[in-house]
Unconditional design. Structure first.
Length: 331
């Protein structure tokens, strides 16, 4: 098509020069008029060529654009459909076929990975629970020396940390496979926060990071419609992070607001000087500001964000001046 248009333009240009060179000076039409006429023809021809080429290009690349758009929408955890292969054999057909094969391989590897995590986690839970129970019994025996008690306490902490990581892996697999079931009810944030503060009170006391819990206004009813178990996991992960990564001798502020039947929660803590969390990466799976310190699996905030999204709860994080970390929740 473009070749034909260019041939017509060259033909018109050739006619123009032929007509212009053999032009009769005694004609009523001036040379300027002839020049203007053919200039218009040349301009219109060029414009037509540009528009035609542009539309042809759009048409030619439309199938590729469709492939790109669908590829951007693909999520291997959401049963993504394979791209439809064109009936005619072309380079685009080969591209789509290769892309579909790649997608199938990635999905298969992801399924194997999730199955491994789930199987390994289930296999680890029972022996870890048995070891923890046994140590908790042994530490209370009357003939245990002080040094042995301290050893047992250390082992209990390590096993509890392993159990927490195993539970995170199980929850991660359920989230990836979309196997989570919501059981919404009216849950009281007052009770949830009091239970979590009691749960983390010992660790908070060790670091001298006391909790400051506030409900504003105090006379409001702070019950929300949510899955209580999953909401507790969200808040537990956020408070656990606040305890682990706040500076010693600073407070952890837990503030719950209610206005126009909308509940907002703000959890804020100072940031330890030896870590430098990046807000762009903090929600990523397995992200850890100090991965060699053994302070967690790096799944806590990612799990919290996923559980919040599933329940249509807004959760976002902010870092102010690299010294203050805030987690905002809107229910």
């Amino acid at each position: 098509m473009n070749t034909l248009v260019f041939m017509l333009l060259w033909l018109l240009l050739g006619l123009f020069f032929h007509f212009f060179t053999s032009f009769n000076l005694h004609s009523n039409i001036t040379k300027k008029e002839v020049l203007f006429f053919f200039s218009c023809i040349l301009f219109l021809g060029s414009l037509f060529t540009f528009i035609t080429s542009y539309r042809i290009t759009l048409y030619a690349f439309q199938p590729l654009r469709t492939v790109i758009d669908k590829a951007n929408e693909i999520n291997i955890y959401k049963n993504a459909e394979l791209l439809a292969e064109p009936k005619d054999q072309s380079e685009l057909t080969d591209l789509i076929r290769s892309f579909n094969h790649m997608l199938l391989r990635i999905k298969e590897q992801s399924e194997h990975q999730n199955a491994f995590f789930a199987s390994a986690s289930h296999e680890l839970r029972t022996p870890l629970a048995v070891m923890l129970t046994r140590l908790q019994i042994m530490i209370k025996e009357p003939d245990v020396s002080f040094a042995t008690q301290e050893l047992y306490k250390t082992q209990i902490k390590e096993i509890q940390q392993l159990i927490h990581i195993v539970n995170d892996f199980l929850l991660m697999g359920e989230i990836n496979n979309q196997n989570l079931q919501l059981q919404r009810n009216h849950c009281d944030l007052t009770d949830i926060f009091l239970q979590l503060i009691e749960k983390f009170s010992l660790r908070s006391a060790e670091r001298n990071t006391p909790f400051k819990l506030s409900f504003l206004p105090i006379e409001e009813d702070f019950r929300v419609w949510a899955d209580e178990e999953k909401l507790t996991v969200i808040l537990s992960n956020l408070i656990s992070n606040a305890v682990k990564y706040s500076q010693q001798n600073t407070s952890i502020d837990l503030t719950v607001f209610k206005k126009d039947n909308i509940v907002s929660i703000l959890i804020s803590n100072s940031i330890r000087e030896d870590i430098n969390p990046q807000i762009t990466d903090i929600k990523n799976k397995f992200y850890h500001s100090k991965p060699m310190k053994g302070e967690g699996s790096g799944l806590g905030l990612w799990i919290s964000k996923q559980l919040a999204d599933i329940q249509d709860i807004e959760l976002f994080f902010s870092i102010k001046n690299q010294t203050l970390f805030e987690a905002h929740i809107i229910i």
